[in-house]
Structures are given as structure tokens and as C-alpha cells.
Design a binder for this molecule. Structure first.
Ligand code: NAD
Length: 253
């Protein structure tokens, strides 16, 4: 019960890493607001948590729309009185040769992966600065740190998340707000499976991904949820502005 009665808002909580983190935080005693653009999937997360006795409220939010993010945090505070944890996790990938990426692709990617995280930080900090306390976790990627063909725009957004996280940490650490980025490697979620499916031979693509990981397997969403739990807990009280990599060693080779 490392997060007993903590109020935790998690974006992208209707799938993959966000859902696993919602379940993990709730199992540790948090009251979770499971925010996602996909309300049906957010409600499934709520049901999964409630079925095992946890506390969760699904909330439909498009993180690329500042007013919706602001409203989600305002709703959370009006119901629960505060916001202890903000996990800006919603993200998408667009995998294309750079010369085929359209301006619309780029706007969508930046809108969700960068502006969505920015808005989440901005409105969480507005609340947490009044509380003089709060924890923010931004999901970036190992692709913030290394390159990969076809991922130029995605890498750019994730690098921006890491850089912004450092700057925000420098700005707000002294005011009691602890902000970190989490950089997962290839994690077996619907997002990654959809990426494999774009290849002519998805099975070979999946095997190539596995071969790029010294640990010899894809990560699971639960693997990342456990790292998020560490960052959300007091065990990480001296971890500020870090980009914590959990990638089975992929970025070491
Ligand atoms: P996923 O596709 O399984 O889940 C992403 C969730 O975000 C979905 O429920 C989706 O509905 C939601 N979402 C998308 N756009 C949204 C919006 N505008 N507003 C609110 N919610 C929105 O993906 P995942 O693999 O769990 O990825 C979660 C995060 O982890 C992303 O930021 C992703 O970039 C990052 N990541 C994933 C991997 C991986 O290999 N899976 C690796 C590194 C980083």
C-alpha cells in the first residue's frame, strides 16, 4: 500500500502501459482517475480495478486539447480535494520514412505526445504548486535517447518530453514537485503490436525487436507499471528530473 489514498490521474489509461499502471497504483491503495480519449476502454480499466476492490474513475479526455486537460484536473480536485500524482502517459506512434510524414501527421504526433504532456504538466503544476507537493511522471521512450529508422518524428516528440521534464524539474523541485520521465523500451502493448503489423512480415519484425534487446524478450506493461510505481513512491524522493530507462538493455548496445 505504497500509494494509500493518493489521488492519481493517469492519461492513456485505457490500454497498455497506462492501464497496467492504473491497476498497479490502485492495488497500492491509490484512487485512480483513468483518463483516455477512448471512454469505453477507460471504463474497462475502471471495471478491472473495481472488480478486485480498487478505486477508479474513468474520464474521457483528449490530452491534445488544453481545455480538456485543465477540466480533467479541475474535476479531480473538485471531487477529491487535491492531485497527488499525474502520469502523462498517453501517446501515439506514426511510423513512416521522414519524407512521407505529412504536416498533419506531425501536428497530430506533437499534439498528443508533446503538447499533451505539456498541458498535463502545466495544469498539474498549477494545482500542485498550491499544495506545495506533487509528483509527475511523463512517459517518454528509449527512442528519446537513441535513433531508429522510420521513427524520426516520434523520436523528436519523445526527446522533447525528456528535455521538458528536466527543465520543469529544475523549475519546480524546490517547490515540492518531483517530476521525472520514464523511458520504456519495446513493450508488448497494442501500440507495439500495431507497429509490427505494419511490416510485411509482422512475426519477423517482432523477432527482430526481441533480438535487439539483451534481456531477450519484450517488456510487459506491468514491467513499466512497476517502474512508474517506484517513481510515484517515496522510495524515489531523491529522483528529480531523471529519464529512467526500462528497456531490457536495448540502449546499451
Ligand atoms: P497503447 O496504444 O496501448 O495505449 C495508449 C493509450 O493512449 C490508448 O488507450 C489511447 O486511446 C490513448 N490515447 C491516444 N491518444 C490520446 C489522446 N489524444 N488523449 C488521451 N488518450 C489518448 O500504447 P502503450 O504502448 O501503452 O503506450 C503508452 C505510452 O508509452 C505512450 O506514450 C508510448 O509512446 C509510450 N511508449 C510505448 C512503448 C511500447 O513499446 N509500447 C515504448 C516506449 C514508449
Amino acid at each position: 500500500m505504497r500509494l494509500k489514498n493518493k489521488i492519481a490521474l493517469i492519461t492513456g489509461a485505457g490500454s497498455g502501459i497506462g492501464r497496467a499502471t492504473a491497476q498497479c497504483f490502485a492495488a497500492e491503495g491509490a484512487i485512480v482517475i483513468a483518463a483516455d480519449i477512448n471512454q469505453a476502454e477507460a471504463l474497462i480499466t475502471q471495471e478491472l480495478i473495481e472488480r478486485v476492490g480498487g478505486k477508479c474513475q474513468a474520464l474521457q479526455v483528449d490530452v491534445s486539447q488544453e481545455a480538456q486537460v485543465k477540466d480533467a484536473i479541475a474535476k479531480t480536485v473538485s471531487i477529491y480535494g487535491r492531485l497527488d500524482l499525474m502520469h502523462n502517459n498517453a501517446g501515439i506512434s506514426i511510423i513512416k520514412p521522414m519524407i512521407e510524414i505529412t504536416e498533419a501527421d506531425l501536428d497530430r504526433l506533437i499534439g498528443i505526445n508533446f503538447k499533451g504532456v505539456f498541458f498535463g504538466c502545466k495544469h498539474a503544476i498549477a494545482q500542485m504548486s498550491q499544495q506545495k507537493k506533487g509528483i509527475i511522471i511523463n512517459t517518454a521512450s528509449e527512442l528519446a535517447l537513441v535513433g531508429q529508422p522510420l521513427y524520426s518524428a516520434y523520436c523528436g516528440t519523445k526527446g522533447a518530453v525528456v528535455a521538458m521534464t528536466r527543465a520543469l524539474s529544475a523549475e519546480w523541485s524546490a517547490q515540492g514537485i518531483r517530476i521525472n520521465a520514464l523511458c520504456p523500451g519495446p513493450i508488448d502493448t497494442p501500440m507495439l503490436r500495431a507497429e509490427f503489423d505494419l511490416a510485411t512480415d509482422p512475426k519477423a519484425e517482432a523477432q527482430a525487436a526481441i533480438n535487439s534487446i539483451p534481456a531477450g524478450n519484450l517488456g510487459t506493461a506491468e514491467d513499466i507499471a512497476k517502474v512508474a510505481l517506484f517513481l510515484a513512491s517515496d522510495d524515489a524522493q531523491f529522483v528529480h528530473g531523471a529519464a529512467i530507462v526500462a528497456d531490457g538493455g536495448k540502449t546499451t548496445i
